[in-house]
Write a protein that binds this ligand. Structure first.
Ligand code: 13P
Length: 284
């Protein structure tokens, strides 16, 4: 298979009442681990990279690896660019082969967010690429985007409906109380707000800040209409912790083909848990 646009995957998820895990990866091994998890569970998959990872590895390298994964795989895979406010980088990623992009102008006033999102939707439509946008502001830390808890704003359901209508965006990430990074206490998710947004907006909704949300809360958010769940921090932590354990036991180990193996397995196990939680097992 080739990489697919996330539009159909997420529409099917919204219609079917399940969610698709969108996993941020930073290395080839991390990418392979999430692909193996999705294949083993026969789940559709969204692989994501942040702008930081695009700068670190190159959009072309990431797209080449994802295309190879898709070609070898029997489950549908989309490649998504996470949180990007730079039109140029979005175009570079589309050119490299990304099948889904996020234009994040949530830090701008509503009208400017509409303008920036519409511009990307128009450009992406010509090549069948999915566009995600954000309304409100998700708190926490994602790459070099830092949103203080006091500046995090929840999305307004009427504004969400107007935004979707005016921009033609394919998927929407409304801020509903989750945050990027690991939660200090329990996340304060506004479930009522998810329900009110889902009642007004037909397109698939995206749950950001998927790391550390208690399982029951993820299930509830999915049942209310969340169709994509982004997970980044938890994956980085298990991957890194497994490597640290290898070096704690074998300080002289110097073969990445050995010390990456437990890291890949640990990440795959977490990705499999998230896929089950999202309800996308067997949906490929
Ligand atoms: P976490 O790092 O909290 O999993 O959030 C990921 C995310 O929402 C990426 O956009």
């Amino acid at each position: 298979m080739t990489l697919v646009s996330s539009t159909t995957l997420l529409r099917d998820a919204r219609d079917g009442g399940y969610c698709i895990g969108a996993f941020n990866v930073h290395t080839l091994e991390m990418l392979q681990a999430v692909v193996e998890a999705a294949e083993e569970l026969r789940s559709p998959l969204i692989i994501q990279s942040t702008v930081g990872t695009v700068k670190h590895l190159g959009a072309d390298y990431i797209a080449a690896a994802a295309k190879t994964a898709a070609r070898r795989s029997s489950v549908p895979i989309a490649l998504h660019l996470d949180h990007c406010s730079d039109f140029g980088i979005i175009m570079q990623c589309i050119r490299a082969g990304y099948t889904s992009v996020m234009i994040d102008a949530s830090h701008e006033p509503f009208e400017r967010n509409v303008e920036a999102t519409s511009k990307v939707v128009e450009a992406a439509a010509a090549v069948g690429v999915n566009v995600e946008a954000e309304l409100g502001r998700v708190g926490g830390v994602e790459d070099d985007i830092v949103v203080d808890e006091r500046d995090a704003l929840l999305a307004d359901p009427d504004e969400c409906a107007a935004f979707v209508e005016r921009t033609g965006v394919h998927t929407l990430a409304p801020a509903i109380g989750t945050a990027h990074g690991i939660y200090k206490g329990d996340p304060k998710i506004d479930f009522d707000r998810i329900g009110r947004i889902a009642a007004k907006v037909e397109i698939p909704l995206v749950l950001h800040g998927g790391s550390g949300i208690p399982d029951a809360q993820v299930r509830r958010a999915v049942s209310l209409g969340m169709s994509k769940m982004n997970v980044a921090t938890e994956l980085r932590i298990v991957f890194s912790d497994a490597i640290k354990s290898v070096f704690a036991e074998h300080p002289d180990e110097n073969d990445p083909r050995k010390y990456m193996v437990p890291a890949k397995q640990a990440l795959k196990a977490v990705a499999m848990e998230k896929i089950h939680l999202c309800g996308s097992t067997g949906k490929a």
